[in-house]
Design a protein around this ligand. Sequence first.
Ligand code: 5GP
Ligand code: MN
Length: 339
Amino acid sequence: MSIDLGPYLGAVPHTVVERLRSARRVLAVGHENPDADTLGATLGVVRIVETLGGGADPVCTDPIPPLYDFLAGVERVRTDPDPTAPYDLLVVSDCGSLDRIGDVRGRHAELFERLPRVVIDHHASNAAAGETDWIEPHAAATCEMVALLATRMGVPLDVDDGAMAAALMAGIVMDTATFAHPNATPRTLAVSAALVEAGAPLSEISRRLYRSKPAAQLRLFGRVLDRLDSVDGGRVIHSTLLDADLAATGTLPPQSEGIIDLLAQADEAEVAILFKEAGETTRISVRTKPGGVDATVLTGKFGGGGHARAAGATVELPVDKARPAVLAEADRLAAEVVR
Ligand code: 5GP
Ligand code: MN
């Protein structure tokens, strides 16, 4: 391997390395409504532990959307821990807060409370500050951190014929929109170069995640884009995804992934918001322009979080009530932006 990640390995906390090294059976969990970063990081942690001779189970509270079927090992992800496994460590990846683990945490409250914990995450809104909480807001993806962790622990990135490298690459591609977001740093590119060298099919991963979808999903995008609306002379643009849109196009909720990034392309908009009907509550996805509104400030008002440019929340109101409440706040924040 010719790419040297040595200069970056000092970022990996010694406490995290030690805890992982001494674990025999790891419960590796990601966030609800999983994406490629949480899945890649969780599978990466599993492979690190297994390569070092321990056992590990990947867990995600929600079923995995078919979009991610191409990730090797994703079929191992369970919705609940193995009731017979003698877990001795919990590793939480890509969760801005422990709530993001979702319902599985409540279903196994005693286990999640009892296990010693390692947190690996890159959300600026993450307030975790324990000895083995490793939070790097400047990491483009949790997968970038896990690739460094593997290298620091002596696990070659090309284990399993490059399957780990591919999973980690998928998380980086997802969270940087294939290196298009400003979160992609020289370190992100160095880690990615090492992953490609280890066998990750970068172009194919990018195509799968961003440039291929069932026609039904394109129809769903069309309906939501057609409903585009704005306030504040276009500084806040928004649209709404209703359950009826899913029914009419024969699509599933995870297939709305990507719509918000189209809305965010609006030149005039400081803030782009997608409202998604979710029974008596409403999911919001928010994107903002560099140097403008901090998206976590807006979502934070509604109990959510994320990153400065991309954040989300679950608003405890049905969509017709959530919309005016969120738009009023967005309007206020957008009005403060001076260009
Ligand atoms: P998306 O809009 O793609 O669902 O989410 C954008 C970003 O915000 C992601 O990094 C995600 O982790 C974070 N995020 C989305 N929803 C929530 C939420 O309800 N709570 C928190 N803390 N973060 C969220
Ligand atoms: Mn992430």
